[in-house]
Design a protein around this ligand. Structure first.
Ligand SMILES: [Zn+2]
Length: 242
């Protein structure tokens, strides 16, 4: 059987003498692994269309086991991202998290669209590469939410009262905020500023496109990355290193 997928190449790994296994995030089938047979031979044409951070249509022959890539049509190779270290660093960070939180063959068109939008926006940032980080953390909060790792940021996860912006804590294991009155009930918790709570609310409520207007200082950005790391580690059951 031959299948056609719209996808984004997330990574690759050499196997054998001349082959590679590619990880592709597809609209139709979620994350898949496919074999690129002979792609490391000097005259192999397919390898150029299968570079990491490439979007395209991929043709896969599959009966049992791993599918084999038979053809690829590149629709976007994100040339600007590949020339800017700052953008590349952000994209690889996102890809590493996707590798950890998205299981194979779990189709989710909306999660795919989020990633597709994110890459297109990064590629079109021009000189404004400093906006990459806000888009990256925004995408990850939205992606985690979409995948079912929802963080409750409006109510206390213990008493369920509407959260008052005071001295609140985040409990990763309970999946959300603890109010000042309930924070003693949880030993593992992260103190979280009102500014961070507001930022997470903005990420969850707004489209990715609107996040370029959000201003964030580098300390808050680092705090958000720590929260992402904790959430990813908790939900995937494996430690994640930033
Ligand atoms: Zn409470």
């Amino acid at each position: 059987m031959e299948y056609k997928y719209h996808g984004i190449v997330l990574g690759k790994r050499d196997i054998g003498e001349v082959d590679r296994i590619y990880t592709v995030y597809t609209r139709e089938k979620g994350k898949i692994r496919v074999l690129g047979k002979g792609v490391r031979k000097p005259n192999a044409k397919l390898a150029g269309s299968l570079e990491t951070i490439t979007q395209g249509e991929f043709f896969v022959a599959k009966n049992r086991g791993l599918g084999k890539i038979t053809g690829a049509i590149v629709t976007d190779n994100f040339g600007h991202i590949k020339q800017e270290l700052m953008l590349l660093t952000n994209v690889f960070y996102v890809f590493r998290i996707i590798a950890q939180i998205i299981s194979e063959e779990e189709e989710d068109g909306e999660a795919f669209s989020l990633l597709e939008n994110y890459l297109a926006m990064l590629d079109n940032l021009g000189e404004k590469t400093e906006l990459a980080e806000i888009l990256t953390v925004g995408l990850l909060f939205k992606l985690m939410d979409r995948l079912g790792y929802c963080l409750e940021v409006n109510r206390c996860v213990h008493c369920e009262k509407k959260l008052v912006l005071e001295k609140n804590y985040l409990s990763i294991s309970r999946g959300g905020m603890l109010c000042a009155g309930c924070c003693e009930r949880e030993t593992r918790k992260i103190a979280i500023s009102n500014e961070l709570i507001k930022l997470i609310r903005i990420f969850l409520k707004n489209k990715l496109e609107n996040l370029v207007k959000v201003r964030i200082d580098s300390r808050d950005l680092q705090q958000l990355k720590i929260i992402i790391k904790e959430v990813v580690s908790w939900f995937s059951g494996e430690a994640f290193r930033i």
